[in-house]
Ligand binder design. Structure first.
Ligand SMILES: *Cc1c(COP(=O)(O)O)cnc(C)c1O
Length: 393
């Protein structure tokens, strides 16, 4: 596959494993074992069974009739919002926890920003009866109280990161530090296609079930596995990686990634990484990231907590670089309008992250016969307060 990772963990010029020497043994253990473990039939059987009975897969591919009329194309929604816990993130945490068990680990650590990945991790730890510690910035803990309590109900310990800006970046540093001190019994579950090799590739493989299902589902509906467009929002890039995965080598399928433009790409308050980013190293891999002239990471901003990440996964940096994926962006306002529009047209209140993908529709022009698949990464329950505060519905 032309866009897959190479044996050194690179996608073109991006990727790799830029980690402190003390983390080498942990990352090496993972790198040396992940392909053989997830390729094993016992692993696959357990993964598939949990995706079916616990997560609720396959998620429907729903033909959105009224949305289609609105935009003059055949629009399908891949319903990741119907996954257990309300988003695609659980596909990855299920995969990683089975892998952790096969590696003989007893404890799980994770970092979380808005808390969605923390909840997905706490969920699978409860499922497997494994100890779970989630690092979360102290400020994020105040901003996302319900998710903190959700994790605690599920039995996880939530540890505040009190250094630096007290947000995701600092939570990640604390999790890394914990992992260095507990290499033998602990697995670190990263929540997107970011981090040192092999995480981006491993997470993309777990999420690739999304496009695997899309292909046969679309074939049932339309008699072809190949839509004209696949559209997904990008924070770190895991739902987009899953939605694009089995189409990457089919150049006739146009792939569109939508980033959060916040208050506008040039407003200084945005998370449009491909537009604003320069090559640099973040969380263990070389990628595109928002940074100052002297290489300090710029704090991102978006109305949607799941998209305000200063980088994108190295796979997406490469897909941007090669032009295989077209990068669009949507402002807070555009996303909110699109989220309310879907609610009224289809009776589906989307996560504000997913609303960014929907917002791309009005920036594109379609033929009536075009088949468009939008990856609806999550449901809007968690965002109700933001919808209410925005108020225009
Ligand atoms: C976390 C999240 C995202 C962003 O993460 P990716 O890794 O880019 O997919 C998007 N949508 C929802 C609903 C999320 O919870």
């Amino acid at each position: 596959m032309r866009y897959s990772v190479d044996e050194n963990g690179y996608y073109g010029q991006f990727g790799g494993a830029y980690i402190p020497e003390m983390l080498y043994p942990n990352v090496e253990e993972l790198r040396d074992n992940y392909l053989s473990i997830i390729g094993d039939s016992a692993f696959k059987a357990e993964f598939d069974k949990l995706l079916k009975d616990y997560v609720g897969r396959p998620t429907p591919l729903y033909f959105a009739k009224r949305l289609s009329e609105q935009y003059g194309a055949k629009i399908y929604l891949k319903r990741e919002d119907l996954c257990h816990t309300g988003a695609h993130k659980v596909n990855n945490t299920i995969g990683q926890i089975i892998l952790a068990k096969k590696l003989g680990k007893q404890k799980i650590i994770a970092e979380t920003g808005a808390g969605q990945h923390g909840v997905a991790t706490a969920t699978v730890c409860a499922l497997m009866g494994m100890e779970c510690i989630v690092y979360m910035g102290e400020i994020d803990m105040q901003r996302q109280k319900p998710n903190v309590e959700r994790m605690r109900i599920l039995g996880a310990e939530v540890v505040p990161a009190k250094s630096g800006s007290k947000t995701l970046k600092d939570a990640t540093n604390e999790a890394m530090r914990h992992w260095i001190s507990n290499p033998v019994d602990t697995h670190y579950i990263i929540g997107s296609v970011v981090g040192p090799h092999p995480y981006p590739d491993m997470v993309a493989r777990f999420q690739s079930v999304i496009s695997e299902e899309m292909k046969w589902q679309l074939n049932e509906e339309e008699g072809t596995e190949y839509p004209h467009y696949v559209i997904a929002c990008v924070g770190g890039g895991s739902n987009a990686a899953g939605a694009f995965y089995h189409y990457l080598d089919e150049e006739k399928v146009k792939l569109v990634a939508v980033e959060a433009a916040g208050r506008g790409v040039d407003s200084g308050e945005s998370a449009a990484t491909s537009y604003l980013g320069k090559p640099g190293v973040l969380h263990g891999s070389k990628t595109l990231l928002m940074q100052t002239a002297d290489g300090q990471v710029v704090e991102p901003y978006s109305i949607s907590a799941g998209l305000d990440y200063p980088g994108i996964g190295p796979m997406h940096a490469h897909l941007f670089d090669t032009g295989r994926v077209k990068f669009e962006n949507a402002t807070d306002e555009e996303a909110m309008v699109a989220g309310v529009e879907l609610s009224k047209l289809e009776g589906i209140i989307p996560a504000i992250e997913s609303a960014h993908a929907l917002a791309a529709l009005r920036k594109m022009s379609f033929e009536k016969s075009d088949i468009v698949v939008i990856n609806l990464s999550g449901r809007g329950d968690k965002d109700l307060e933001t919808y209410i505060k925005w108020g225009k519905y």
